[in-house]
Ligand binder design. Structure first.
Ligand code: MN
Length: 282
């Protein structure tokens, strides 16, 4: 199932190029009161979608909606730095724009967090700030956690996954901590929808591609992840309790490059789809 959030927080199921508006599913969510849970309420209750009818009368054309992040209230955006060997070599070679202190193997660096306030959906747009600095695109397989878990063994890791999406980890290059340079408003893109785990093949073996204004920049496959999805979940959950709706950006392959206002990013992952994200000046 492909689940999206669109327009003014409506919920939809995507089939081909059509959306079934199933916003009424929100009425079935459990009542919550202050303090609100740390998880995303809808992702924690994805089973509600199993019993929905397909009502063809409420179909909307995908092109007519504004796609928001399929996860509205993630507790955490966890991200893997330099998780493809070829990107590590690229980063080491580019001394002008990369800080050597940050270019280490993921086993040494560990993970980092992006601010949840940076999250937007496919129809963004990405709003460039600090225009005097170099800002890069990074396409990544994004994993959305489906249940509360910690200290997850590798062989149980995929049972913790609600689904998958395309992630863009937009990044200002420079010496500051990643959590600062990658957390500007609009610098985390998740979309175009959530593909539930039951409809996504094993997360290894998926093609990723990113182009800017039609120019190919990144082409890779998730089989080349240094630390694969199971290892990332095991590692992350040995530090943080993971909650439904937490998003794990699994790292970007080689080919990162600058973006500027006026450009359009097209990103694809096999088994998810394609999204086009505009870039504007803030
Ligand atoms: Mn990244």
């Amino acid at each position: 199932m492909r689940i999206c959030r669109f327009n003014d927080d409506r919920i939809g199921i995507v089939r081909d190029n059509r959306i079934q508006d199933v916003t009424d599913v929100l009425n079935a969510l459990p009542a919550v009161r202050y303090p609100l849970p740390r998880h995303d309420l809808l992702i924690a209750n994805l089973d509600l979608f199993r019993s929905l009818p397909w009502d063809v009368e409420s179909e909307i054309a995908l092109e007519d909606v504004k796609l928001l992040s399929p996860v509205a209230n993630p507790g955490k955006l966890i991200a893997a730095p330099v998780n493809y060997e070829a990107h590590l070599q690229e980063a080491i070679a580019d001394e002008a724009t990369f800080s050597r202190a940050h270019v280490r193997r993921i086993q040494e660096t560990g993970l980092f967090l992006k601010a949840t306030s940076s999250l937007i959906g496919a129809d963004g747009p990405i709003e460039i700030r600090h225009a005097d600095r170099r800002t890069d695109h990074e396409v990544e397989l994004a994993v959305v956690i489906g249940r509360t878990c910690r200290d997850v063994p590798r062989d149980e890791a995929l049972s913790c996954v609600a689904g998958y999406a395309i992630g863009l980890d937009i990044t200002i290059r420079g010496p500051e901590e990643r959590s600062l340079r990658k957390s500007l408003d609009t610098y985390s893109v998740l979309g175009p929808w959530l593909v539930t785990a039951d409809e996504f093949d094993h997360p290894s073996g998926h093609d990723l591609a990113l182009s800017v204004d039609g120019e190919s920049r990144q082409i890779a496959n998730t089989r080349d992840l240094v630390m694969d999805v199971e290892a990332l979940i095991a590692f992350a959950s040995s530090f943080y309790t993971l909650h439904p709706g937490d998003v794990l950006f699994t790292g970007t392959p080689e080919g990162v490059g600058p973006i500027a206002p006026g450009q359009t990013i097209e990103a694809s992952i096999s088994g998810v789809g394609t999204m086009r994200v505009g870039v504007v000046a803030a």
